[in-house]
Design a protein around this ligand. Structure first.
Ligand code: FES
Length: 505
C-alpha cells in the first residue's frame, strides 16, 4: 500500500490567511445573534447587516474552518441525482421550488462576487452527473427528463472531457465553482462595525428564548431579538434534528494536474460509491480535487484506507503520481432529502436553524442564509414552507429506522467495547483504543512520541461511546456526528462540552 503523501489540511484553509477576530469579552446586545461562522452564518450576517440590523456572529474556533472549510466548493443545483426522486416524493411543484431555491443561492453568490469584486476564483462551469456501468444509465435519462420538466436546461451527453469512458451523463450549464474561503473571508471582513461583531474562539453553550433571546457562551452573554443557529447540526436538541438526519463522512485528495489534461467542468458519479471531480487554480497551474469514499460515520474503522482508495482512483483515472493535499468532511444527511431551514420548534418564535444539507452545502447554505434573513426581516420567501424546519417529517423511512436502530445499538453495545483491554500498555504508538479502566470507558491514544492521551469515551452530547478515526486522529461519535480531538476538545458538534477527563491514574 502506498503511504499518504498529501498535506493533511484542506486546500481552502491552507491557501488563505488565518483569521484573528477577537473573542467576546463583555455581555452585549444586538438585533440578531448568529451561532456559527460558516456559509450559512456569514451569508445571513451579511444580508441582515445590509438590511440595517446589528448582528453578532459567534464562532467556537476560527470562521470557515469547519464543514464549510472542508467542502469541494461546487455551486450547482445538480445534486447528483435528485429531481426524478423529488418529483415522485413531493410532486413537481415542490421539486421545482427546490431547483429554483438552489439556483437563487448560486446567483446570490455570483451577485456578491460581482457587487463586491471578490477575488475568489469564481467561474461559471457546467455540472455533470455521469454513469459508468450501463445499469446506471436509466437513472441518468430519468434525471434528464425530470430536470427538463422542471425547466432546468439539462442535456444528455455521452462525451465529456473526463479521461475515461462513461456511458452517459446529465449536463447542466451555467453552474459555478469558487474558492469558498476567499469568498467568505471577504464577506466576513464587512461584518464588524456599526454595532455589529464577529467573535472567534467563543463557544455558545445554550440559547434561551424569552421576551429577548439570550445566547450564553463560555465568555459572556449576548442578548438578541433573534438567533440563528448555524452549526451544521444545531447545538440545540429541542428540534430533534439529530433524529431527522445522520452524519456522513467523505474524503478529498488534491493533486497538481497538467492543465492540458485536466477535465473541464464539475463532475460526480451516479452510483452510491461515486466520485466528485473538479479543478481549482493552484500555484500558476491547476489542482485536481477528487472526492469520494463516503460512508456513514462509525461504519468504517480504518478511515486511512479511504484516502488510499481515493489516491488509487486518481492514479488510475488521471495518471496522478503525487498528491498535494488530503482532507475529509462530515455533513448531516436529511432523511427526506430536503434541508431543514426555519424555526427551531413550533414553540420558538425567534430561534432559527438550518441543517441537513446532505453534502450539497454551498447552494443550500447560501439559500439558507437568504431564507433565514428574510424570515427575520419579515419578508415573504417562496421557499420557507418547503424547508420549514418544523414540518412533519417521515420518521419512518427505511434510512431513519436503520439510523435509530444503529444509535440504540451503539448506545448499548458500544459500552462493551474494549472490555477486555484494560491497560495503557495495550495501546501501540499511533494507535487509538477504547480501554475499560476501573469500570470506566477510556478513549486512549498513544502518540508517535509514546505519550498517552486519555479521555472519557462517553460523548458529551447524549452519551454514546466515541470511536477512533485513525485518518484524522480524532474521536468521533457515530450517533449524531460529534467529533473530539485526542485530548477531548470539541472539533464538531452537536456536543458543546469537551470529553471529560477520566478518573484513572
Ligand atoms: Fe449525539 Fe454523540 S453526537 S451522542
Amino acid at each position: 500500500m502506498n503511504s499518504l503523501t498529501g498535506k493533511p489540511i484542506s486546500f481552502w484553509i491552507d491557501s488563505t490567511p488565518k483569521t484573528t477576530y477577537p473573542s467576546l469579552e463583555n455581555s452585549i446586545s444586538v438585533d440578531v445573534a448568529i451561532v456559527g461562522g460558516g456559509i450559512v452564518g456569514l451569508t445571513a450576517a451579511t444580508l441582515l447587516k445590509r438590511a440595517g440590523k446589528t448582528v453578532a456572529v459567534i464562532e467556537s474556533k476560527q470562521i470557515v474552518t469547519g464543514v464549510t472549510g472542508h467542502t469541494t466548493a461546487k455551486l450547482t443545483v445538480l445534486h447528483q441525482l435528485i429531481y426524478a426522486d423529488l418529483i415522485k416524493q413531493i410532486g413537481e411543484e415542490k421539486a421545482r421550488l427546490y431547483a429554483e431555491s438552489n439556483l437563487a443561492g448560486i446567483e446570490r453568490v455570483a451577485a456578491f462576487v460581482e457587487e463586491e469584486q471578490i477575488d475568489c476564483d469564481f467561474s461559471r462551469q457546467s455540472s455533470y452527473t455521469f454513469a459508468e456501468p450501463d445499469d446506471e444509465l436509466d437513472k441518468i435519462t430519468d434525471e434528464v427528463k425530470a430536470a427538463l420538466k422542471l425547466g432546468l436546461p439539462a442535456a444528455f451527453v455521452q462525451e465529456t472531457s473526463l479521461p475515461f469512458k462513461i456511458t452517459g451523463a446529465i449536463k447542466l450549464d451555467n453552474q459555478a465553482q469558487f474558492h469558498v474561503r476567499k469568498y467568505l473571508l471577504h464577506l466576513a471582513k464587512n461584518i464588524p462595525g456599526n454595532g455589529s461583531h464577529l467573535f472567534e474562539n467563543t463557544r455558545v453553550e445554550k440559547v434561551e428564548e424569552d421576551n429577548l433571546c439570550q445566547v450564553v457562551t463560555d465568555r459572556g452573554s449576548i442578548n438578541a431579538q433573534d438567533v440563528i443557529v448555524a452549526t451544521n447540526l444545531p447545538i440545540l436538541d429541542q428540534g430533534l434534528f439529530f433524529a431527522k438526519t445522520y452524519p456522513e463522512r467523505s474524503y478529498i485528495v488534491g493533486a497538481r494536474i497538467d492543465p492540458a489534461k485536466a477535465p473541464q467542468g464539475m463532475y460526480i458519479g451516479s452510483g452510491e460509491a461515486s466520485h466528485s471531480i473538479r479543478t481549482t487554480p493552484y500555484d500558476g497551474g491547476l489542482l485536481l480535487l477528487v472526492g469520494g469514499e463516503g460512508h456513514k460515520v462509525g461504519t468504517v474503522t480504518n478511515t486511512e484506507e479511504c484516502y488510499q482508495k481515493l489516491e488509487d482512483y486518481a492514479r488510475d483515472r488521471f495518471g496522478i503520481e503525487t498528491f498535494e493535499y488530503r482532507w475529509s468532511n462530515q455533513d448531516m444527511v436529511s432523511f427526506d432529502k430536503l434541508p431543514y431551514i426555519g424555526k427551531l420548534t413550533p414553540f420558538n418564535h425567534h430561534i432559527y436553524v438550518a441543517t441537513g444539507f446532505s453534502l450539497w452545502g454551498m447552494s443550500k447554505g447560501t439559500m439558507s442564509g437568504m431564507l433565514l434573513s428574510d424570515l427575520i426581516l419579515g419578508k415573504e420567501n417562496f421557499y420557507a414552507e418547503l424547508y420549514d424546519a418544523t414540518r412533519a417529517t417521515p420518521f419512518l423511512t427505511p434510512q431513519s429506522v436503520k439510523q435509530g436502530i444503529d444509535v440504540a445499538t451503539r448506545w448499548v453495545s458500544d459500552r462493551f467495547k474494549g472490555l477486555q483491554s484494560n491497560s495503557f500498555a495495550e495501546v501501540a504508538k499511533g494507535e487509538g483504543k477504547l480501554l475499560t479502566i476501573d469500570k470506566e470507558k477510556v478513549a486512549t491514544y498513544r502518540d508517535e512520541q509514546g505519550t498517552i492521551h486519555a479521555v472519557s469515551a462517553v460523548c458529551t452530547h447524549l452519551g454514546c461511546i466515541v470511536s477512533w478515526n485513525n485518518a484524522e486522529k480524532s474521536w468521533d461519535c457515530a450517533c449524531h456526528g460529534s467529533r473530539f480531538s485526542c485530548d477531548g476538545k470539541i472539533i464538531q458538534g452537536p456536543a458543546v462540552k469537551d470529553l471529560e477527563m477520566p478518573n484513572v491514574d
